[in-house]
Design a protein around this ligand. Structure first.
Ligand code: MIC
Ligand code: SF4
Length: 639
């Protein structure tokens, strides 16, 4: 991977370790971001570290997920976040100002820098040449406190882009093509770097769409070069001073490389209920549609909304369809208005919402029972929309608007001439929605409403560990399966005892009551814990006394979150052993502390009188964190 953009940026930030695939490195984090649904915990954790002010170059706290105000709880959280930000030297982006990744791209992304965010789509900023990584809130809290971020050096997959996208085919189709080829596991342990002549034709918001859904490939992050397009974007954002060129060397050697000819890509669509269940739109044409939404951190930029507006000019939305628009940011909204994009949207009957995640995380916009919803979003995991047995398809704004007009899935190329949308040379910029930190921090009082509950303490790891198998699940289990979101459960994000009642509630409604009386384990297949960065999927399990998760393999962020909260993530040596363990079996792990301390031996479990071996591949730091019962105990012990 010598000469790659990703290696150049990472090498400039390494504090410990060497850039050798699979080896643990510690990198300096320049910027952090949090959002409200993961942020309240992250800041409680930051407070527990006892640091008076963030040590990063820039930290931003966004409010974009929990926007419904059905009672006091979400607003309690927002007030807490706003006062915490003021006190600890953090910028605060108000509710309605936009989705964290879109606003960060516009106002804060800097080529060549590192960004750690408590949201799995943080890699969106890779479109602007950042090494931007999603992580659990604790890792972000540690970065704000000046600690480096630890990760196993990923492989670098170079994707050479050639050709140029054709009319009605857009950046979303590029990443859907990647998902069609490589699946939700294809990026595990990898950074994806796009290079080659095709990159030049992609604007920064288009690159951001591609980088955004690298998270769905399971990649650690996605990186684009910093070139003329980056310069143009930053200039239009009034931030030319942060631009610098960072490009790939001509003799670059990637660990793996593939080619993607943009000219050959067709309009694509991810069918229910996984982002990698990708088909050509032409293969599923004709399916009746009831809802189309343009929005999310992946597809709500200026061009995305303008395409929809122009396509609707002189046309009507089909009577069976609700077309909903969630602008990515206030900046997008204002610039679309300024470019006369709103009138066609309003006239056609589109329902325009405030900027935020909204239906992407089940905060409203749930579809009707048995109906099809087309969404220009990154995820369509089962039930995530808030409707049971939902049928959510993921697609580009182009495909969504074609369906909104026709009332059924339609190849957008049938809409005729493709509107030409130029990004503004200078965007209208309005930073009123971003509150800077206080200059006199000491006098800021943190407001903790009744929704903010203290963080639970966990004991260190005992030497003899035993428990019942509480649940056995299959492959690709998402954090939405483990710890569902949606408008009922999201307001409990700052209240671990209350939210833990919902762990695995969609798969086994009795899970939490069973777990409360039986310390235990979970058995899983491959890519366990894919999807979001929500550490609640770990901490709420730990609160219920889940002590270990035994899987064929783990998704990166969830594995780290488990370690951070003292849950053992154990990977089978022989994946066939998965078949040997069933729900309600008893598992004993003798002398687990001693076993962990001896990395030359596998970890041995006893199940039904049989010995099963699991990998003992933890870094020294991970072992110590597990032994002390989680990272908060670990840091307290060290100071
Ligand atoms: C998501 O898209 O699943 C979320 C909601 O943004 C999560 C964060 C969360 O659960 O709060 C993510 O992607 O990390
Ligand atoms: Fe928000 Fe959806 Fe993006 Fe997650 S994927 S940050 S919920 S818009």
């Amino acid at each position: 991977m010598a000469g790659s953009v990703a290696e150049k940026i990472i090498q400039g930030h390494i504090i410990e370790g060497e850039f050798v695939t699979g080896e643990e490195i510690a990198i300096k984090i320049d910027q952090t971001l949090t959002q409200d649904a993961t942020g309240t915990l992250a800041y409680m954790e930051f407070e527990a570290l006892g640091i008076p002010k963030v040590k990063t170059e820039l930290s931003v706290s966004y409010v974009d997920h929990n926007l419904l105000q059905a009672d006091h709880r979400n607003m309690d959280d927002h007030l807490f976040l706003q006062t915490i930000a003021k006190k600890f030297g953090i910028y605060f982006s108000k509710p309605g100002n936009g989705i964290c990744h879109q606003v960060h791209l516009e106002r804060f992304a800097e080529p060549g820098k590192t960004l750690l965010g408590s949201d799995s789509h943080t890699p969106t900023a890779g479109g602007c040449n950042m090494v931007a990584i999603g992580a659990g809130g604790l890792d972000v809290a540690m970065a704000m406190a000046g600690y480096p971020f630890y990760m196993k050096t990923p492989k670098i997959l170079g994707v050479e882009l050639t050709g140029k996208l054709r009319s009605w085919v857009s950046a979303k189709d590029v990443i859907l093509e990647m998902l069609r080829r490589y699946s939700v596991k294809g990026g595990l342990g990898k950074i994806i770097e796009y290079f080659g002549p095709g990159v030049e034709s992609l604007s920064i918001p288009e690159r951001a769409t591609i980088a955004n859904m690298g998270a769905e490939l399971g990649a650690s992050t996605t990186v684009f070069p910093s070139d003329y397009q980056t310069k143009k974007f930053l200039e239009a954002q009034g931030r030319l001073e942060v631009w610098k060129e960072i490009n790939v060397d001509a003799d670059v050697q990637y660990d793996e490389s593939v080619n993607l000819n943009l000219s050959e890509i067709e309009p694509l669509i991810a069918c229910p209920s996984s982002p990698d269940n990708v088909k050509k739109v032409s293969e599923v044409e004709g399916i009746g549609v009831n809802q189309c939404i343009i929005g999310s951190c992946g597809n709500s930029s200026f061009k995305d909304l303008m395409i929809v507006s122009k396509a609707l000019h002189g046309r009507k939305i089909h009577e069976n369809v609700s077309l909903e628009i969630n602008p990515g940011s206030r900046q997008v909204f204002e610039n679309v208005a300024n470019a006369s994009g709103l009138s066609d949207l309003i006239h056609s009957g589109a329902r325009i919402n405030q900027s935020g995640c909204l239906g992407c995380i089940g905060m409203g916009q749930a579809p009707a029972t048995g109906t099809v919803s087309l969404r220009a979003f990154p995820r369509n995991f089962p039930g995530r929309s808030g409707t049971e047995n939902d049928q959510v398809y993921l697609c580009s704004p182009e495909v969504a608007v074609a369906a909104a007009i026709e009332g059924r899935i339609t190849d957008p190329r049938k809409l005729g001439k493709y509107p030409n949308i130029e990004e503004p040379e200078t965007y209208i910029i309005n930073e009123e929605g971003i509150i800077p930190p206080s200059k006199s921090q000491e006098i800021v009082k943190i407001i903790r409403g009744p929704n903010i509950k203290p963080f639970p303490n966990f004991a260190s790891l005992e030497n003899e560990l035993s428990g019942k198998v509480l649940l056995k699940v299959g492959d690709n289990i998402t954090t939405d399966d483990i710890m569902p979101a949606g408008s009922q459960i999201l307001p409990l994000r700052s209240n671990i005892p209350a939210i833990s009642e919902y762990v695995y509630s969609r798969i086994d409604p009795n899970f939490s009551s069973k777990a409360k009386v039986n310390q235990g384990f979970i058995i899983a297949g491959e890519n366990y814990g894919q999807g979001s960065s929500r550490e609640h999927a770990a901490v709420a399990c730990r609160f219920l006394n889940v002590r270990g998760k035994i899987a064929k393999s783990f998704a990166r962020i969830h594995r780290s979150n488990l370690i951070n909260f003292g849950i053992l993530p154990l990977a089978f040596i022989d994946p066939n052993d998965y078949k040997e363990i069933e729900t309600n079996d008893m598992i004993n792990i003798n002398s687990i502390r001693d076993q962990l301390k001896n990395p030359n031996n596998n970890i041995v479990l006893e199940v039904n009188g049989k010995k099963i071996e699991c990998q003992n591949r933890f870094s020294k730091r991970e072992r110590d964190v597990l032994l002390t019962g989680g990272i908060i105990n670990y840091v307290k012990k060290q100071s």
